[in-house]
Design a protein around this ligand. Sequence first.
Ligand SMILES: Cc1cc2nc3c(=O)[nH]c(=O)nc-3n(C[C@H](O)[C@H](O)[C@H](O)COP(=O)(O)OP(=O)(O)OC[C@H]3O[C@@H](n4cnc5c(N)ncnc54)[C@H](O)[C@@H]3O)c2cc1C
Ligand SMILES: C[S@@+](CC[C@H](N)C(=O)[O-])C[C@H]1O[C@@H](n2cnc3c(N)ncnc32)[C@H](O)[C@@H]1O
Length: 698
Amino acid sequence: MAGGARCGNERAAVKTAPIVPARIVSDDDGTPRSADYGDIYHPRSGALAQARHVFLDGAALAARWRNRARFVVLETGFGLGNNFLATWSAWRADPGRSRQLHFISIEQAPPTRATIASIGRDAVLAPLADELGRRWPPLTCNLHRLAFDGGAVELLLAFGAVDAWLPQIVGEVDAFFLDGFAPARNPAMWDARLFKAMARLAAADATVATWSAARVVRDGLRGAGFEVEKAPGSAGKRDITRARFAPRFTPRRSPRVAEPAWPMAAPARSGRAAAQVVIVGAGLAGCALARALAEGGCRSLVLERGADIADGGSGNRAGIFHGVVHRGDGRHARFHRAAALMAATAVRDATERDGVRGDVGGVLRLESGIGLAEMKSLLEAQALPADYVEALDAGAASAIAGTTLATPAWHYPNGGWIDPRGLARSWLDRAGAGAVLRLRCNVASLCRVGDAWQVRDGDGAAIATAPTVALCNGDGVLAGTGNAPWPIRRQRGQLSVIAASCLPPAALTRLPIAGEGYVLPPIDDAVWFGAASSWDDDPALRPEDQQRNVERLASLIGLRSPTALRALAGRVGFRFTSDDRLPVIGAVPAPIAAALASGFVAAPTSRFDQPRFIARAPGLFVLAALGSRGIASAAFGAQLLAAAIAGAPSPAEADVLDAVDPARFLSRRYRRDEAARARASVLPGQPPVGPIAGSAGT
Ligand SMILES: Cc1cc2nc3c(=O)[nH]c(=O)nc-3n(C[C@H](O)[C@H](O)[C@H](O)COP(=O)(O)OP(=O)(O)OC[C@H]3O[C@@H](n4cnc5c(N)ncnc54)[C@H](O)[C@@H]3O)c2cc1C
Ligand SMILES: C[S@@+](CC[C@H](N)C(=O)[O-])C[C@H]1O[C@@H](n2cnc3c(N)ncnc32)[C@H](O)[C@@H]1O
């Protein structure tokens, strides 16, 4: 239906409640107050003073983040962002700070961008607040990643209720800041289940800081394994609460959360030092990953078999990106929405800072399945904000496009188009000395040698050895591998291009239009459109596909006059698509690694029923099957994978990680086998058997 992959069996991931912006009023002295909770956002003595005394000192941040690779804070109640800004400001000012600061914050009623920009701030925080305002995301139910200071500071903003979000956070937390409104007015923020969820996330010496000294808070923390103490309050408060995680037993972590395969605290400045990660493939995926890893101080060696980067699927002259609207806000919708929002930031950076050709000027997606009224009620039910998507009638859509459109359309204002090769190059350039590229280097096989992975050429000679390898070569399959480890298929696509002067001026669009196929605005007098797709390997342009593309163009922009096929040129490319149309991103399951690599023996896996319980091969990762949305999903996929590789908090929630997890095919197969066994009354609990490749169903 509405602008994306259709999927019948999506189940809602995080319970998606519409995000309603905060209603904030000002007391006489200017202190911001919530109109919904009747409570103030910070004491009258000021937000910065409270942040410093209660939270920064309460967590002993300066002492605890000293010389660490990363430090992770999780806050309940982002509010106006003062605690985040105070933490960021303290981190900036401290020469002994951790290399990276991750600040996760959960907020049910976020302020709008206008509020973030207009709220009064302490002078120390004001310039940082401006930067926050510039990066402020649309208010959608997602985990939004906002990067500052070249990616050294990462804000993961979860919009939604704390009880829905805490179980979805993947990562290890060093310091919790509990900053709900007063427990009597805001009991949901201090529920005992919340403290239990915190225990699951707590690092060994995790601390808790809160201004509240309420009994319910202290008892709840104690019940979840925290040692609680009172500390002197300030601003008229007698006591505040501090706590330290001291559990009687250590909760088991999911095997999906791998330890980094190298010491993350190791210096990573020298370009000559050995690579920590070997990346196979320099398309959008490989280049995005090199950049994401470099942001975290990790060096990579990128191996590309072609003579240039982005010569395969990523080599089109231009492509589009935009979000999706689905009837149920399930995992597909959440993945693609988060990905599209991150793509918008990445494309803006690439066009504005690096001069890559492209534009975040919106995309129109024509809708012929449902009418405008239904489109609007869908948006209303999910409270999707207009800066993410809006439903337009044909007239309004035509006015934006500058050409006549026959149907209503979804307008994604943060969508756009970009030259994908330019984008890939800008990512690699930004990785700087953190990434070394080697072209004409075909990786044929993979071997486990001691505690490392060795990639080899077709003659079996070693190309490189590293603790970590990431397969970013389109489908994550190497020629030397036997059965395909996942159901991914290679799809041919043919784009057509015509000189803009060959089309009637009224047919030229100002922004990309998608529907059955897509058409781009003129780029250097060329209009690209397509893409006819098929499941064959023919690398040559085919006249019949040019004809199909012309028909699509006609239906998109109502072109009546015939287009001379002779006037057309084009490009053929190949993309890789999984059977559920989601990418394959994450740590490779141990049983699959055993099939992919020689010399690797998988320890037995006891549970196959859910991806997150399946054991992983140490240091082997994949980012593949970006399908027809690689521009939209490469940056997000790379951030997910970089976090998994480095052991950093994930910028995606657990359900979305499940949805793209390379282990999902094993779980599905296992569940199918179990059902078959149950029908045949065979013993349950056997691992899935045989290759999975046959299940490709697209
Ligand atoms: C016709 C067409 C139109 C498209 N339009 C859009 C669009 O508008 N918007 C959008 O978002 N997406 C679009 N896509 C999809 C998008 O281009 C892909 O999803 C994306 O390029 C995939 O990037 P990748 O890095 O995963 O794969 P690739 O670009 O295929 O990169 C993989 C790289 O790995 C290298 N490699 C492979 N095997 C090895 C090996 N063994 N050793 C070393 N190197 C190896 C390859 O040479 C290649 O450079 C389109 C695709 C096609 C074909
Ligand atoms: C005291 S304010 C937070 C102030 C903030 N830490 C700052 O530095 O500006 C409390 C916040 O908790 C949020 N909140 C209340 N109930 C919530 C819930 N169930 N889930 C998530 N956030 C909630 C409120 O919307 C409010 O923004």
